[in-house]
Design a protein around this ligand. Structure first.
Ligand SMILES: [Zn+2]
Length: 505
């Protein structure tokens, strides 16, 4: 990069700046959007197949190319998507396209360009001090300003305020920027300003925003103020709010160059990758062995919730649901390990049920769901997720022997707090169970913790398919229906709805 200075050797005066690679010809007309574009082009050239935005998973073929195009076009843009679709994260990742150091006139509240200051203070300062005018620097993070829009955001918050009395006392003209107390947007000058949930901004404020974008002029308390800011404006919104009539003033909408739709992960694998990246799993405690089927069940809870009619489609089901659930699942397994003096933490399916408090709060229920209650809906989702995950591993497997053991009156209690050694001893009493763990990658040579988790998954899978029963106290026992009546259901997608409605509930 052009300006990869070590911090200590950065030019400290305007004169030194002129003679450095931050020369007037390089910097004077380099607006933020040019900077983003230049650095993006450099990254595209260098990195080949490496991700442009590291840590943004599942958007490589959809969202990321559109963002790249928006930046290359020097657009202000908006991300439209439901909650928990990494919108804020993407906007923050834009700072990785800013220069490592940006010089500005030291002491300027709006970080004026030393070669083209817009505030009166800096113009006067440079006229007075000339080449000895002090220069300071901002890092990319310091050039990112974020605001959650709410209906009570005012022009004063966002753009600024003037104090007419102070102005009169100081002898300034009212329209002079000396009297302006700057709001968030001017303070983001020469940086990125992100407004989340744009439609919640009052119409009057949208007009002010538009005027700044369009003309560099704005009225504060009726006085015209000239503020030709240099800001890359980016927004996020819920798509339905954004497209609803009258929520966004048309001239502002016209000035937003690109509308980019985000989405939830398209595949379970992508969902697992995001959850693995975001959830707090590397803890200062016992070693953790996180089974793949537990990850899949957690992720499928979110997928099932996004499809479920009992859950509000407009607000969506955030990726924070599997992330929080994962953290709770591990905590429940940790608690069990600590209580039982076990060294290895291996989550079980019963830990997913124990994670309901991390799930229910993230579901916006429709009327039907409200009637049943969040807890009930959450349990149904977990059960559906278990059934589907079970099928991934055990379709066509012969588990008749296990089912028969229960049909002949066998019962086993498997609470989520029971120690692995004790549980394994009991599970070994079920003929044909512990030697069926192969598809899960678990053998009898593995630790008791792993074997118990895997064996419990099979029992939970059979229960999710209603082939065996299970009480509130987590006693597995014979199912209520004749097993064969349930088994005949195929995997035909047309049958799936029937299965989800009838069989899993
Ligand atoms: Zn200034």
């Amino acid at each position: 990069m052009l300006w990869g200075f070590p911090f200590m050797s950065l030019p400290r005066t305007l004169g030194d700046l002129r003679r450095s690679s931050f020369s007037e010809s390089c910097l004077r007309s380099r607006h933020v959007k040019d900077e983003l574009r230049d650095n993006l082009m450099a990254r595209l050239r260098q990195d080949g197949d490496d991700p442009v935005f590291p840590g943004i998973v599942g958007y490589d073929d959809s969202v990321v190319p559109q963002i790249i195009n928006a930046i290359l076009s020097r657009h202000n843009f908006i991300l439209l998507g439901l909650r928990g679709q990494a919108k804020s994260r993407i906007l923050r990742a834009l700072t990785s396209l800013l220069d490592p150091q940006m010089p500005y006139v030291a002491g300027c509240e709006i970080h004026d360009n030393p070669y083209a200051p817009i505030c009166k203070r800096c113009r006067e300062e440079i006229a007075r001090l000339g080449d000895s005018t002090p220069i300071a620097y901002l890092t990319p993070d310091e050039r990112y300003v974020e605001k959650l829009a709410t209906p009570d955001v005012t022009i004063a918050d966002l753009i600024g305020d003037i104090d007419p009395i102070k102005a009169a006392r100081g002898g300034h003209e009212l329209s002079s920027e000396m009297t302006v107390h700057y709001g968030l947007l001017p303070r983001a000058n020469r940086g990125i300003f992100a407004i989340n949930e744009l439609p919640d901004l009052a119409g009057k404020i949208q007009v002010g925003l538009f005027n700044i974008m369009q003309e560099g002029d704005v009225q504060i308390k009726g006085y015209p103020i000239r503020l030709p800011l240099d800001v890359a404006l980016v927004f996020s919104a819920n798509p339905e709010d954004y497209t609803a009539r009258g929520k966004i003033i048309t001239p502002l909408k016209d000035r937003i160059g690109s509308e980019i739709r985000t989405h939830y992960p398209a595949t379970i694998e992508e969902g697992i990758a995001i959850t693995a990246q975001e959830a707090w799993t590397k803890r200062n405690g016992h070693p953790l062995e996180l089974p793949g089927y537990v990850q899949e069940v957690i992720e499928r809870v979110a997928f099932a919730a996004r499809e479920d009619k009992k859950i509000d489609k407009r607000s969506g089901v955030s990726q924070r649901l599997p992330i929080s659930a994962m953290e709770n699942v591990i905590s429940n397994a940790e608690r069990r390990a600590i209580r039982n003096g076990e060294q290895l933490v291996v989550p079980r399916i019963s830990d997913v049920y124990a994670a309901l408090p991390a799930i229910t709060g993230k579901l916006e229920l429709e009327y039907e769901g409200e009637m049943k209650g969040a807890d009930h809906v959450g349990r149904e989702l977990i059960r559906a997720a278990i059934a589907k995950t079970y099928d991934e591993y055990f379709t066509g497997a012969n588990v008749q022997q296990i089912v028969q053991w229960f049909d002949l009156g066998g019962e086993i209690q498997l609470s989520d707090s029971v120690s692995a050694v004790e549980a394994l001893q009991n599970l070994k009493g079920i003929q044909g169970l512990v030697d069926k763990l192969g598809p899960l990658g678990v053998t009898q040579k593995d630790s008791p913790e792993q074997q118990v988790s895997a064996a419990e998954f099979i029992l939970e899978g059979l229960h999710a398919h209603k082939r065996i029963g299970r009480s509130e106290e987590r006693v597995f026992k014979a199912g209520e229906k004749k097993p064969d009546a349930v088994r005949e259901k195929s995997f035909d997608p047309e049958e799936r709805q029937y299965r989800q409605r009838r069989q899993f509930n």
